[in-house]
Design a protein around this ligand. Sequence first.
Ligand SMILES: Nc1ncnc2c1ncn2[C@@H]1O[C@H](COP(=O)(O)OP(=O)(O)O)[C@@H](O)[C@H]1O
Ligand SMILES: [Mg+2]
Length: 334
Amino acid sequence: MYLTIQNLTKRFDDFVALDAINLEIRDNEFVCLLGPSGCGKTTLLRIIAGLMPFDSGALSLGGRDLTKMRATERGFGIVFQSYSLFPNMTVAENIGYGLKIRKQPREQIAAKVEELLTLIRLPELADRYPHQLSGGQQQRVAIARALAVDPSVLLLDEPLSALDAAVRMEMRAEIRDVQQRLGIPTIMVTHDQDEALTMADRIVCMNHGVIDQVGTPHELYTRPATRFVAGFIGSTNLLSRHWVREHLPELIRNLPETPQLFELSLRPEDIQLKADPQGTARVTQITYLGNISRVQFNWEGRDLIAETHRFSQLQPGDLVSVNVDSEAGAWVHV
Ligand SMILES: Nc1ncnc2c1ncn2[C@@H]1O[C@H](COP(=O)(O)OP(=O)(O)O)[C@@H](O)[C@H]1O
Ligand SMILES: [Mg+2]
């Protein structure tokens, strides 16, 4: 393991912002810290960066104790949400700043700046000032500046959240591509589940200062460990075991050993509805979203959601029969 965090706890007065965090980050890995606002993502990132002290636990990089190293000694590259470029410096000066303060020779800095400008695909903008750049260009420069010193870890705190949707999409792929090419371990904070799903090798899903689950995007989506993860990543139907036993008995088979602690998360796309005058469920609402149709319906006393990639011909009030794949669903901790 490259970066290891053990039992890390952080309090602000009486408030526990991080509660016994354990996390290991591999070489070359892209990890997203995902969770709602206030769950502790930035706090964890700042502690890793050495910008904030913590109360207990251990932090090490390649076996070396990080707490003995100041932020500047760690050699991490950091990019924050708001553009933090120096406004009175050109793009090239911004990117070369870290090398200049490390007293590198001028030619070496120029070569590195040129290489990074090519990497972020802005070779012609070297002499511009930050205010002459779009938001997306500014964030690319901020990333290049963080990469200039060959950081051992790249730390990104919501680097895309201030950008508009189209630029954000484009930059997801770009950041991921740069990270892969350089093979640099990266931790990115985001509250955007789509961003985490598309970019991360592994997602760390956080909730109120604790890690609920760590896994690949596919693992978190298909096998969420908790009710929180199931609801935060994608949408879902949460069903009590009593209800499942009664109305979807074929799904009860994998119910864990402490059943009172679990409920079933059933994804909307795992439910198929068919117009049926004999049906036992009734459609209450249809939402057309272009690529999918979302159908809300009431069945055996429950309001549920189904989604289909085909245009739904159903109407509110229609009676429908319900079909659920017997392999569908995941038991999640409540
Ligand atoms: N310097 C601070 N003093 C007191 N409370 C703080 C401080 N920084 C963060 N917090 C609190 O810690 C919690 C986690 O904050 P933060 O890590 O910024 O969350 P996130 O980045 O996930 O939105 C929040 O409740 C926040 O109000
Ligand atoms: Mg934050």
